[in-house]
Design a protein around this ligand. Sequence first.
Ligand code: PEP
Length: 253
Amino acid sequence: MRKKLIIGNWKMNKTKSEILSFVKDFQNEIKNLNLNCDYGIAPSSIYLDFTKEAFKDNNKIIISAQDAHFEEKGAFTGSNSWSQIKDIGIKYSIIGHSERREMFGDNNTVVNKKTSKLLEEKIVPILCVGESLEDRESGKANDFVTKQLEMALIGIKENEIKDLVIAYEPIWAIGTGKSATSQDAEDMCAEIRNKIKCLYGEEIANKIIILYGGSVNEKNGKEYLSQNNIDGALVGGASLDAKLFVRLLKVVA
Ligand code: PEP
C-alpha cells in the first residue's frame, strides 16, 4: 500500500515573517488532526534551514529543496549542491521542475545527473516530468513524458531507484488554473508506472510514489487522489496559504 504524499512547492515566494506566519497558522490548523498522509513544503533554498527550524515542533513535516546541483562543490554561482542540502539535514529535493527546465537550462542530461546523484546520496528526488500543450494537442504527450522519464533514469540501477518519487506535471496546467481531467492525469500516471515496470519490474513499479501536479487544490484534490495510480500531489499556488493547504491535506488524507 503506497502512502499518500502531498508536497507544497513555494517556488520563489515568502519572506521570513511570512514563513513564520504560515508555520503558526499551519500548526494551529493541523492540531488535533490525525492526517494519514505524508506531507511537506519546499521553500526557497535561502530559507531551507529557517523553515526547518520554524517547524521544529512538527516531526512529521518533510522540508524539501526545490533543486540540487549534482556537483559536490565548485564554481556554480547561484547554485546549491546536494552536499550542502545534505549538510543541513534536508532529505528531499524537487528535480527537473518545468520552470527549471524552461528557464535554467535543466535539460534531460542535467536532470539525469541530478536524479542519479541524489539517489546515490540517499536524498529523495521528486522527479518532475510533463508535456507542453502543443505535445498534448498533437497526441505526443505519452511519448514525450515516457522519453523524459527514460532519459532521467539512464544508468540508475534497480537497487537505487526504490526511494524515487515521480511527479507528473503537465506544463500547461502549472500555475494556470487549468487542470488536467482526473482521467487524463490517471492515464499518464499509469503510463509512467508501466514504464517503470518495463525498466525495473513489477515489484518496484508497484512501490514507486507518483504524484500529480497542476493547479491542485482542496476542491479537485480528492478526485485526483482517488485514482489508482495517483499517490499524491505536488502543489504550487494552493500551498502558499496555510489554511488552504491544510484543507487540501484534510480532503485527501
Ligand atoms: C508546481 O509548481 O509544481 C505546481 C503544480 O503549481 P500549481 O499548483 O500552482 O499549478
